[in-house]
Design a protein around this ligand. Structure first.
Ligand code: DQA
Length: 149
């Protein structure tokens, strides 16, 4: 049984009402509820944390090894395109992770097309709305079995 950490960055607490053309109408709590069920069914546990603050996300990432986290699924929100600090933290803890986005960031504004996470992630899932999280969870479960965790 592995501990999976799902981290969501700024403004993702507003899912469901925020720019629904880009992000759909599912709330973060409805998404996480079904992800917890998926993780549990596969014999893993899922901890979900969301923050609008970069320093809080940094602290959670830094704490992940001590918490026994084996895998991280992260949607860094706008920090995707700005945060070298979060990138450095992900490298420092050296926990395999998947980068997730609801929208297809490669097809949006130029400033969204740069990610500080993609080249250090196991993989990137982007553009399937809330289903991106489900695809990431399937991939995480598969990766964990490959890693024999
Ligand atoms: C996002 C894409 C980011 O560019 C944006 O700032 C977000 C959400 C996504 O899930 O599509 O907050 O990460």
């Amino acid at each position: 049984m592995a501990k999976i950490l799902l981290l969501n960055g700024p403004n993702l607490n507003l899912l469901g009402s925020r720019e629904t053309d880009h992000y759909g109408t599912d709330s973060l709590s409805s998404i996480t509820e079904s992800l917890v069920m998926k993780a549990t069914k596969a014999g893993h546990s899922l901890i979900h944390l969301q923050s609008n603050a970069e320093h809080t996300l940094l602290e959670w990432i830094q704490a992940a090894p001590k918490e026994g986290t084996s895998f991280i699924i992260i949607n860094p929100g706008a920090f995707t395109h700005t945060s070298i600090a979060l990138r450095d933290a992900m490298i420092a803890v050296n926990i395999p992770f998947i980068e997730v986005h609801l929208s297809n960031i490669a097809a949006r504004e130029i400033f969204r097309q740069k990610s500080y996470f993609s080249d250090i992630a196991r993989g990137v899932i982007s553009g399937f709305g809330s289903f991106s999280y489900h695809v990431a969870m399937y991939a995480a479960i598969e990766e964990l079995s490959r890693l024999e965790i």
